[in-house]
Design a protein around this ligand. Structure first.
Ligand SMILES: *Cc1c(COP(=O)(O)O)cnc(C)c1O
Length: 355
């Protein structure tokens, strides 16, 4: 038996046409709303070779079967729809705010109940699981960058009979493989690191459960929340360089976290030890608002995971939990030269009032 290919190789090789004469090396974009009858494809809502190529590649990286969606939130919607009416969802209080907003809306309408937990308190999470149908979490959390004991949380959820979804957007399968750690479903906002160039929206779900895959596929067929072929094609093109981008962003982020920690205005610097996300807590909202307006290289923008460095004060969003500090700036560190990133940040920080 040959050794299994390593992830950086899989990111380059998976989801390609067969190595046969005249085949293109890359799956072309198939713009089609319908197909000539008599085959397996039939209609543009059911299947598209550009989605399939992306799904094959991400499925190979996460170690399961993948379905892609129009956005990360479309994938969130389809997974929350699996929860039976009245059932309970356990979720960290610092989950992605879009997911929290959607959960709050479902709870308000009587669809389900939620229990917010501190994901770093494994015993409290385990206690909350006892009557839960679904445990949904990110690790590290967005934007608090708290880290869960992932295998312990999954074990506690399964012991209580709950299904586990891990949103793996921040770490990507190159740094964390939740299915290997026991999770039932992995979710991605492929908008972020997987596509990696801040130019599209795409979501994905990966599972090893064939029955669940079938249920989700049938629902996508009728709900129409699939991606556009061009987005899927672009995302796969981005995925080819995932290993290089994640490696460089992580090295840059680790270095910036160290340098930021010794700046006199840094109240706190949070870095989970891997990945490209850093949260810098400044003394006040005013300091943070001024910082994001004072750089030339760093772009003030929401979202994350692009080749370019971006940052924002998270509490500018009304839906952000109030337990996130007012002065917290979330940095999505890109792949530029770290010295240029530091020089730009340092000169902006040095221009801020000292208290
Ligand atoms: C952005 C994001 C989402 C939502 O994805 P979209 O592609 O913006 O719809 C979900 N989870 C996390 C962790 C995210 O960062």
């Amino acid at each position: 038996m040959p050794e299994p290919l390593r992830p950086a190789t899989v990111a380059v090789t998976a989801g390609r046409p067969p190595h046969e004469p005249d085949q293109p090396l890359n799956e072309p974009i198939t713009m089609a709303s319908t197909y000539v009858a008599g085959g397996d494809r039939e209609y543009g809502r059911y299947t598209n070779p550009s989605w399939t190529a992306f799904e094959d590649a991400l499925g190979a990286l996460e170690g399961g079967r993948c379905l892609s969606y129009a956005s990360g939130m479309a994938a969130v919607t389809t997974l929350l729809d699996l929860v039976a009416t009245g059932d309970k969802v356990v979720v960290p209080r610092h989950t992605y705010q879009g997911t929290l907003v959607q959960l709050a809306d479902l709870e308000m309408r009587g669809r389900l109940t939620t229990e917010l937990v501190d994901i770093t308190d494994t015993a409290a999470v385990a206690a909350a699981c006892h009557d839960a149908a679904l445990v949904w979490f990110e690790s590290p959390t967005n934007p608090a960058l708290e880290v869960a004991d992932v295998p312990a949380v999954i074990e506690a959820a399964h012991a209580a009979g709950a299904r586990v979804v891990v949103d793996n957007t921040f770490l990507t399968p190159l740094l964390q493989k939740p299915l290997d750690l026991g999770a039932d479903i992995v979710l991605h906002s492929a908008t972020k690191y997987l596509a990696g160039h801040s130019d599209l929206q795409l979501g994905a779900v990966v599972t090893r459960d064939d029955e669940l895959y079938g249920v989700l596929k049938n629902r996508r067929d009728v709900q129409g929340n699939h991606p556009g072929p061009f987005e899927a094609w672009l995302a796969l093109r981005g995925l080819r360089t995932l290993a290089l981008r994640v490696e460089r962003a992580s090295t840059n982020a680790a270095e910036l976290a160290v340098r930021l920690s010794s700046h006199p205005l840094a109240v706190e610097v949070r870095y989970p030890g891997m990945g490209g996300m850093v949260s810098l807590v400044l003394p006040s909202a005013d300091h943070a608002d001024l910082l994001v307006r004072s750089t030339s290289l760093w772009v003030h923008a929401t979202s994350l995971g692009g080749v370019e460095s971006t940052f924002e004060r998270r509490r500018r969003w009304k839906s952000e939990p109030t337990t996130i500090p007012e002065g917290l700036v979330r940095l999505s560190v890109g792949i530029e030269d770290v010295e240029d990133l530091w020089a730009d940040l340092l000169s902006a920080l040095d221009g801020l009032p000292r208290s």
